[in-house]
Design a protein around this ligand. Sequence first.
Ligand code: CP
Length: 308
Amino acid sequence: MNLLNNKHLLGIKNLDLNEIDLIFNTADRFKEVLTRPIKKVPSLRHITIANVFFENSTRTKLSFELAEKRLSAEILNFSSSGSSVKKGESLLDTIKNILVMKVDIMVIRHSSPGVPQFIANNVDASVVNAGDGSHEHPTQALLDAYSIKEKLGNINNKKIAIIGDIIHSRVAISNIFLLKKLGAKVMVCGPKTLIPKHISDLDIIVENNIKKALEWADVANVLRIQLERQEVKYFPSLREYSLYFGINNKLLKSINKDLIIMHPGPINRGIEISSDVADSSRSIILNQVENGVAIRMAILYLLSLNIK
Ligand code: CP
């Protein structure tokens, strides 16, 4: 099989193992392209892509834009700040006005869960979810799993601890779905208030003690404390969170084992992770960002094959 089953990428839930393999193998080929002096191929020169961001982004937005340029696509960039959304234009009117300019693929980020699905239900273009509220962030999970595979050789039976603000995190949910499909053992760790009540129904381990989680894990994927989504206090203070759940060198030394550290970014340095860990040789945080371009090239290329 060398096609994706669906014309959209809305979440990890609907991807099967063959499609995940296809995305990883295609990303391997594009990663090689990115080592060449001319880091560009003509694969998408007939395709127009709109990057539609209703929520802030650095990594995902730049990574999609660069992936599209490396594939020679035509690009439109839209951010809601400075747009007619501020004059009261509806979401669907905004999207329809962008699409009527002959756009083939729309990459969308929105703070409300379900917006990419809603758009996919209402337009002809392919839709890629670049993060919708606390629902899913499929390209982040794919680049995370690809980076783990690159570092450890495979994912099957590897122990991955996802640490921190699980309840607000689309990265956590997409990572859990993907890692479970790939045969990993998955744990979530954090204060009880930041872990959804029934998350163990997803066949994952729940741990509230950070030292025990790190002693168990091969990989720690540390998540940002999402203060902007916390309408009530989930813990007494950032200082206390950092004291009980922050990952620092002193804690890692007390465990004394090889452990790979990941973070999807942006980092709150000194809160969920200290600078000495984020910048250490065990951290693959910047490899994740680098791999994001090849993964997004793979997804856009594969989706373009389904466009008539
Ligand atoms: N990891 C991630 O989605 O980062 P941005 O919010 O900067 O895109």
